[in-house]
Write a protein that binds this ligand. Structure first.
Ligand code: MN
Ligand code: MN
Length: 346
């Protein structure tokens, strides 16, 4: 029994406002039991998990970053975490292919939202990083919901300072542009250029998948290509197929520490219309799920799903896509936690 939990005579554990039945197999936090409270009820948290603010109690922290101050065109991703939490109540507990049950393998909880200041970009970068630092210090893997893609930069500043990380990056855009509107270096179009410059991201262990969409100019991809990033443009993704893309992604990142960053605009807008910068001709949800499943066994250190913009998502379908991709990623991270624990022999 951990701090914050209160056992009752019925075996039901109250966790703040949440109510859960602990399994006998584990004392890990469990989602609200749908037999006790239907999935349309209760306060929505990521995957119906309890809220636990102390990362020392967790192996994996699900975190929202309600920030879209880095958005250069159609804003709205600040509303992403709340809608993704809502749609994540459709998730169940076991992956139907891998049969991974993340809540049996790892201590997972909703850690709440990182603080942001919607009218101050530089302060937001600082306070988002500060929120993630104790998560990393506790050895806890962050699984984040954006927010626009700039949020990955302060996350990297918190988790990648002591060694550069590799990245598997799904996106229609490279996000390695330099400056916007004059000399502004921090937008959702620049995070991975900044991350390379700051020594956080190893471009030679970075693979970008699904890149397409028009450019501002013919030199826009020069930084990504000359720094050594492996850019799998959408046309090559179609040629390689799911299996070829998995093999190439695994080859590029190898067995070093690797982050998975999934911008929902990497998907075709037929599947994910609720995003600020949609680009036609993209990845299908089936392909995305299949590629993610092919990443099992890598040395994963965290992941995010970004750029869900609920104002452009009236049906909630894009938030459902994001919640489902988060569950796919959660299974990969939980498997990583479990393998590391067994390797250590405890
Ligand atoms: Mn992006
Ligand atoms: Mn994008």
């Amino acid at each position: 029994m951990r701090v914050g939990m209160v056992a009752t005579a019925t075996g039901v554990v109250h966790h703040g406002p949440y109510c859960q039945r602990m399994t006998t197999a584990t004392e890990f936090p469990q989602p609200v039991d749908a037999a006790l409270m239907p999935r349309f009820g209760a306060i929505p948290t990521f995957m119906r998990l309890p809220c636990i603010e102390d990362p020392a109690q967790l192996d994996i922290a699900l975190i929202g970053v309600p920030w879209d101050g880095g958005t250069t065109n159609r804003a709205g991703a600040r509303h992403g975490p709340r809608e993704i939490r809502n749609m994540s109540s459709l998730m169940r507990s076991t992956h139907h292919v891998s049969r991974i049950s993340p809540y049996r393998l790892a201590r997972c909880a909703d850690m709440g939202d990182a603080p942001v200041n919607p009218i101050n970009l530089m302060e937001s970068l600082t306070i988002i990083e500060r929120f993630y630092r104790p998560v990393h210090a506790a050895g806890c893997l962050p699984l984040s919901a954006g927010g626009d893609h700039l949020i990955t930069l302060p996350i990297f500043r918190a988790i990648a300072r002591e060694r550069r990380v590799g990245m598997i990056h799904f996106d229609a855009h490279s996000d390695t542009w330099d400056r916007y509107f004059g000399d502004n270096r921090y937008t959702h179009g620049t995070p991975f250029r900044r991350a390379v410059e700051e020594g956080l991201l190893d471009p030679r262990r970075t693979v970008q998948i699904g890149i397409r969409g028009s450019l501002y100019g013919p030199g826009d991809m020069t930084f990504a290509e000359q720094s050594g990033m492996r850019v799998v443009y959408m046309e090559e993704f179609i040629r390689l197929g799911v299996e070829g893309t998995i093999a190439e992604a695994r080859r590029v990142v190898g067995d070093g520490p690797t982050y998975v960053s999934f911008d929902v605009d990497g998907l075709d807008p037929a599947f994910a219309p609720g995003t600020g910068t949609p680009e036609i001709g993209g990845i299908t949800t089936r392909e995305a799920q299949a590629v993610l499943r092919g990443l099992q066994g890598l040395n994963l250190i965290g992941a995010d799903v970004v750029e869900v913009a609920p104002p452009f998502d009236p049906s909630g379908s894009t938030a459902l896509v994001a919640a489902t991709l988060m569950f796919e990623l959660l299974c990969l991270l939980a498997d990583t936690v479990d393998r590391r624990r067994r390797t250590r022999g405890n």
